[in-house]
Write a protein that binds this ligand. Structure first.
Ligand code: 13P
Ligand code: MG
Ligand code: MG
Length: 372
């Protein structure tokens, strides 16, 4: 049978500023998921948060972009928004940009990562294990460096040298500035330099999907919507999610998480306007540290023959090994912020997210005069 994993996330309000959703918001989303499992729309589901974003992780048999599943997610976020309004939360309903999408929620505000695959527990996938990444205070380009390293560079994923993986992986790269979902497929290893020349630009190009070339199987999906492209103005950071299948014909989990050791600099952070390190955190972590660092969580699951997965999970970044990286992230953050607004510490003019910055610069530009 074909199974779909759908990961849909949205920021619909948070407590005490942009930190985390309130208890009631999370409980209401959990109750909605439970109902849908009972009536059979979903095989299973789970609700988590990373910073102020609620993430719905679901399995079902209805395929990607399914209207009923997406409408369910939208209504669940609307319900959570009611609780956000009730408790006076900051940014209630923030990511629900469209009025009421009639079918799937892509392009309406929530971030979506989905993979549909044949699930028969036979070769080449006798066991189906997968990982869900959720990031807050950053854009989808946060995944460009880690995912491209894992799926193209044996320095990060020695498994690429093995027969099952050595044919390489194909990358669907999306131009996030376009509203038309323009994508280009490039192949690792032969297109490596071309992949790099696009993905170096975290703000414009993103990885939408990755496929195994030998097995023609999708291994990864990333939510690549940019809220400012949808709304035409800044309405919060995109805060992407990613779904990655692992083991066997795909990289192993430790290979997939190894690039996060870098705590690489990405666009985001306070007011979505800085370049700051991405800090790995445990699931259900609030954004309360200094500077409002971009954060990322990662859960691992195994799919049971019934399509259930949520009763057992592993939290990859909830491990003392990552404390070292968290400390490095703080150090890198202090270094970058020590130069305040200067140069690479802040995003370039084209990316400054708060329209207020742009308005002031426009006003100043109008006051420039030719020197005599
Ligand atoms: P969120 O998108 O997580 O609400 O954060 C946006 C922001 O501007 C942080 O300062
Ligand atoms: Mg927010
Ligand atoms: Mg957020």
């Amino acid at each position: 049978m074909k199974i779909t994993l759908s990961v849909i996330k949205a920021d619909v309000g948070s407590i005490g500023g942009h930190t985390k959703p309130s208890h009631d918001m999370i409980e209401s989303a959990k109750a909605e998921i439970k109902k849908m499992v009972e009536i059979g729309l979903l095989l299973d589901g789970m609700v988590t948060y990373t910073g102020d974003d609620i993430c719905l992780i679901m399995s079902h048999v209805h395929g990607s972009d399914n209207k009923d599943v997406h409408q369910f997610a939208w209504k669940t976020f609307l319900k959570a928004t009611e609780f956000a309004n009730e408790c006076g939360c900051y940014g209630a309903g923030q990511d629900l940009i469209a009025e009421a999408p009639s079918a799937n929620v892509r392009g309406a505000g929530p971030g979506v990562a989905e993979i549909t695959f044949e699930f028969n527990r036979k070769n080449p996938r006798p066991a189906e294990s997968f990982m869900v990444f959720a990031a807050d205070k950053c854009g989808p380009g946060a995944f460009n460096l880690p995912l491209s390293l894992v799926f193209s560079d044996p320095m990060y994923c020695a498994g690429l040298m093995l027969p099952k993986l050595s044919e390489g992986f194909s990358f669907d790269i999306i131009d996030m500035n376009s509203k038309e979902d323009l994508t280009l497929t490039l192949h690792a290893p032969e297109d490596l330099y071309k992949i790099a020349i696009l993905l170096r630009d975290n703000e414009r190009f993103g990885i939408k999907a990755i496929y195994s070339r030998a097995f023609n199987e999708q291994v990864a999906a990333v939510s690549t919507d940019r809220l400012h492209t949808i709304a035409g103005k800044y309405v919060g950071k995109d805060d992407p999610v990613a779904l990655v299948r692992n083991q066997g014909i795909f990289p192993a989990p430790e290979e997939i998480i190894s690039p996060y050791v870098k705590a690489h600099y990405i666009g985001g952070d306070a007011r979505g306007s800085h370049n700051m390190p991405l800090m790995p955190v445990a699931i259900n972590t609030a954004v309360t540290g200094f500077y409002c660092l971009p954060i990322i969580s990662c859960l691992g699951f195994s799919l049971q023959s019934t399509g259930k997965f949520a009763n057992n999970y592993v939290d990859f970044f909830d491990n003392p090994a990552w404390d070292f990286v968290r400390l490095r992230a703080q150090e890198k953050a202090i270094e970058m912020r020590s130069q305040g607004w200067s140069g690479p510490a802040m995003l370039p003019y084209s990316e400054l997210e708060y329209s207020g910055f742009k308005e002031i610069i426009e006003e100043l530009l109008n006051r420039f005069k030719k020197s005599k």
